[in-house]
Design a protein around this ligand. Structure first.
Ligand code: GRF
Length: 206
């Protein structure tokens, strides 16, 4: 029997990336199991989807806490309680403090809808159109204190066609997000990728 890492997925919205991780983790030989889905928004569509899939869910509503630190301490407690080993951010729309990031450093990854280091922050498809790039894409990276930075585990690109708008790019990029996030999580969970200082160290399989 393969040893599976216990993973939590942090979401704020519809959770389509979360769903791709749940689908991948259903395979017997996948090196991670999704032990918890945590949302900071009570109405997040992904919570319903996760419950329907039989996954434990918890809502830690940031509005219920007086400050960022107490909100993050509540999230951290929920993760520790569920014996989580790896955290996947999947459309989680809260900026994390250096305290929380350092708690999970090397064990927390994020999916971002651009080819980092281009187009950090929000409205990445708008940023790509404004910049006139001919390729665009998505990135899975380790989370570090600086927003949308951190050593890169996986990327995928798509062409930008004349006439593309934000929705067209978002749709095409999302297909790639759903493909590479499960692969990147498997690489982390299996020990194939690990964080070493500012770089990803790869275990070379012979
Ligand atoms: C995705 O585009 C992801 O890259 C970004 O937020 C979006 C979340 O979508 N961080 P979903 O909730 O996974 O459908």
């Amino acid at each position: 029997m393969i040893e599976k890492k216990r993973v939590a997925i942090l979401i704020s919205g519809r959770g389509s990336n979360m769903a791709s991780l749940l689908d991948a983790a259903a395979a017997p030989d996948y090196p991670a199991s999704i032990a918890l889905v945590l949302s900071n928004r009570p109405g997040a569509g992904g919570i319903t989807r996760a419950s329907e899939a039989g996954v434990a869910t918890v809502v830690v509503d940031h509005k219920a806490y007086p400050d960022r630190e107490s909100f993050e301490r509540a999230m951290d407690a929920a993760l520790v309680e569920a014996e989580i080993e790896i955290v996947c951010l999947a459309g989680f729309m809260r900026v994390l403090t250096p305290w929380f990031v350092s708690r999970w450093v090397g064990r927390m990854i994020n999916i971002h809808p651009s080819l980092l280091p281009l187009f950090r922050g929000t409205h990445t498809h708008r940023q790509a159109l404004d910049a006139g790039v001919r390729v665009h894409g998505c990135t899975v990276h380790y989370v570090v204190p600086e927003l949308d930075s951190g050593p890169i585990i996986a990327q995928a690109c798509i062409p930008v066609f004349p006439g593309d708008d934000e929705d067209a790019l978002a749709t095409r990029v999302l297909v790639e997000e759903r493909r590479i996030y499960p692969q990147a999580l498997a690489q982390l969970a299996s020990g194939e990728a690990r964080l070493s200082g500012q770089r990803v160290e790869w275990l070379l399989k012979r």
